[in-house]
Ligand binder design. Structure first.
Ligand code: FES
Ligand SMILES: [Fe+2]
Length: 407
């Protein structure tokens, strides 16, 4: 449970908010690289309650600017995409990649207005199939997170996302909550201990107990489940500050990072970064391989078909009558329904937490502590120290009873 004040601090991310200030110090996934065509239309992107445009110049470089033209606020989504920047169609001002006004053709020759206009300079990285931006204060972004997938061939990586009418923190809590997997997602899980597929053995124990290890990047959370015969199923999730979760997966060369990025206080983007160390991935069959049901085909909003709260998120009671637990067609659609149904900003003053919620509690405490430190001028260590993100790996493993004493 959080107090009303804590819940506000935890969830609000607009300009000037304490949590928004902290989160802006981290690199942010902003758009799929493939969505930006060289010389093509700029893409509107909303992050932390602010509006931006992402674009790719005719020569192929990714750029990111505030959406409003610094002259009189016309949307740069309307702009011409030219070499080295965007040209606003209203009066023809040209805004350069480096956050400078390059030309002001509506002013007399010799005008020095361009040099006086301040444009927000936003560092951009195009890596692993994702365009990342840094919206932090000052000139120097922290180390770029070199997740393993950013160092692999793009055919080994699937990048996709969904948009939720849900605050970012609630979605992150869902990623860290292992107990819901064997309830909400049970119709997609194998019932026995057959050690194949992505999530075997979990149905033997519906009440995982957590073990934690502090990490320089956040923490490791093992949600351990025990079968009556002593078999243990370890679900070892990695929480990486501030919004990344490595979801355990029994496929030995496969990983998934889930990310919850605020669009504003009430909406967020749920990203999935999926990669295979050895094999190319096919986005059309990937969900069948893991047994997670089928997502919609649009990699920019894979929650399809998508329903509203008024339609009870499209829950299929006939399917439930036939034995399906939740009445949804895929694991992400199940998550989508429960997340949105908690309300855009969950009222955490009314919740009743148990021992299966300790990973959620720990994440909240970690972020609120970092937020308070940052308010007092202390930058989180993860933003100052060098860290090899490419070595982080989550694990799902079944430990037979005979090995218990060796563990
Ligand atoms: S509003 Fe963009 S050039 Fe005038
Ligand atoms: Fe889930």
């Amino acid at each position: 449970m959080l107090s009303k004040e804590q819940n506000e601090l935890f969830t609000r991310v607009g300009p000037g908010t304490p949590m928004g200030n902290l989160l802006r110090q981290f690199w942010v996934p902003a758009a799929r690289s493939a969505k930006l065509e060289a010389g093509g239309a700029p893409l509107r992107v909303r992050l932390f309650g602010e509006n931006f445009v992402a674009f790719r110049t005719p020569s192929g470089e990714a750029g990111f600017l505030e959406e409003a033209c610094p002259h009189r606020g016309v949307s740069l989504a309307l702009a011409r995409n030219e070499d080295c920047g965007l040209r606003c169609i209203f009066h023809g001002w040209k805004i350069g990649m480096e956050g400078k006004v390059l030309e002001v053709p509506s002013e007399p020759v010799g005008s020095n207005l361009a040099s006086k206009v301040r444009v927000r300079k936003i560092p951009v990285r195009d890596s692993g199939g994702v365009v990342w931006v840094w919206l932090g204060d000052g000139e120097n972004p922290p180390q770029f997170p070199n997740f393993e997938f950013t160092e692999l061939p793009l055919e080994n990586v699937v990048i996709r996302k969904g948009i939720l009418h849900s605050n970012w923190a609630g979605v992150l809590e869902g990623f860290l909550d292992s107990a819901h997997v064997t309830a909400l997602h049970r119709s997609f899980l194998p019932a026995g201990k057959d050690n194949t597929g992505a999530f075997p053995g979990m149905m033997g124990d519906l009440a995982p107990r957590y073990e934690f290890t502090e990490q320089p990047y956040g923490f490791t959370a093992n949600a351990a489940r025990r079968w009556p015969d002593g078999t243990r199923v370890d679900r070892i999730t990695e929480y990486v500050l501030p919004w990344y979760t490595y979801i355990p997966n029994n496929l030995p060369t496969r990983q998934t990072i889930t990310v919850s990025v605020p669009l504003d206080d009430e909406w967020c983007t749920y990203w999935q970064f999926i990669w295979d160390q050895e094999n190319p991935l096919n986005p059309d069959t990937i969900d069948i391989e893991t047994g997670a049901g089928k997502n919609g085909p649009d990699p920019d909003d894979f929650y399809q078909p998508k329903y509203t709260a008024a339609e009870v998120w499209g829950q299929d009671r006939t399917k439930m009558g036939e034995g399906h637990f939740s009445g949804f067609n895929s694991i992400p659609l199940e998550d989508f329904a429960v997340q949105e149904s908690q309300g855009a900003i969950t009222d955490r003053t009314k919740e009743h937490l148990g021992v299966s919620d300790v990973a959620v509690i720990r994440m909240r405490r970690t972020l609120l502590d970092l937020m308070r430190d940052y308010q007092q001028g202390k930058l989180p260590a993860i933003l100052q120290d060098e860290l090899d993100y490419s070595k982080i790996w989550s694990v799902h493993k079944i430990v037979p009873p005979a090995e218990k004493t060796l563990a």
